[in-house]
Design a protein. Structure first.
Length: 298
């Protein structure tokens, strides 16, 4: 008879894990904890495939638990890259927020589909999850089911592949990856935008630019900064001459520029040195400015 009302414990648990993962991935302060890694591994490697298998095979006789576990892992490994490929062609791109939202929506939709299909099966055919029964079924299938040599080899290979996948993902999540070592060095206009730079000056009057540095060198760096106008040094405030930044630390200050002489098409340079090369600039920025003589007052 259709309309089974038994409580879908496994689907409820999956939905809870999805929501808990979203909280730990997207909430500032929680997204740096190790719990995020622990929850993220099943979110990527197991839950999407498990709910898809549950929707496709809602009956308890449709698949054994070994087959369900293997298919869940295999389909998860297939679904996640396909979702990434789809996102790559969308406006959102492959970023953390679109990925976690897409995985969550897919998994929860499959939970709903699996629950609907179970409700429409006769009561005696519905898959009801009891963790003790699952463990006993797995033990019975592994120890008591007669297998050929080929099946045993395939089983060993399957277990090894699963463990290797879990180990690789865990290592990638736990061990931080070192990307390219570099330093951001930039100048912005007075409004904090990469535009409207002051290029027209009157002798004796000043203009402002914002100078910024971001350290991505994976170490603490002692920077030195200098400014030149047509190869003549300009004085800088003391707090701008030497800047010490840790990895991923940023620094930004407003610099007041007062050209000491007039001229046209003059090269205003900002030079950044690091602690390994103090003679040759590590980064350079330049603007072309005009400085006119101060107009006489009437």
């Amino acid at each position: 008879m259709a309309g089974n009302k038994r409580f879908p414990l496994d689907l409820l648990l999956v939905a809870g894990l999805v929501l808990l993962t979203d909280i730990f991935v997207l909430t500032p302060g929680l997204n740096g904890s190790f719990i995020r890694v622990v929850l993220g591994i099943p979110m990527v490697l197991f839950l999407p495939g498990y709910t898809l298998v549950a929707a496709l095979f809602p009956g308890k006789e449709d698949l054994g638990w070994i087959e369900r576990v293997v298919l869940s892992l295999g389909l998860s490994i297939a679904v996640v890259p396909m979702m990434g490929l789809w996102l790559n062609y969308m406006a959102w791109g492959i970023r953390l927020m679109p990925i976690i939202v897409s995985l969550s929506v897919f998994t929860l939709l499959m939970c709903g589909a699996a629950y609907y299909r179970r409700r429409n099966l006769p009561g005696e055919e519905v898959l009801v999850v009891s963790f003790r029964a699952v463990a006993l079924d797995l033990k019975d299938e592994i120890l008591n089911k007669p297998e050929t040599t080929v099946e045993k080899i395939l089983m060993v290979l399957m277990v090894f592949s699963i463990l290797a996948s879990l180990g690789t993902l865990t290592y990638a999540a736990v061990v931080p990856k070192e990307y390219e070592h570099f330093t951001e060095f930039y100048i912005l206009g007075p409004e904090g935008m990469a535009s409207n730079y002051p290029t027209e000056y009157v002798l004796g009057e000043d203009g402002n630019v914002i100078v910024g540095i971001v350290n991505h060198e994976y170490r603490t760096v002692n920077y030195a900064m200098a400014a030149r106008l047509d190869n003549r040094s300009l004085d800088l405030p003391e707090n701008m001459k030497y800047i010490n930044l840790a990895h991923n630390e940023s620094w930004e200050e407003t610099l007041e520029i007062t050209p000491p002489f007039e001229g046209t098409d003059m090269k205003l340079e900002f030079l950044l040195f690091n602690d390994t090369e103090k003679e040759v600039p590590y980064r350079e920025l330049r603007l072309w400015i005009n400085v006119s003589e101060k107009a006489e007052e009437a």
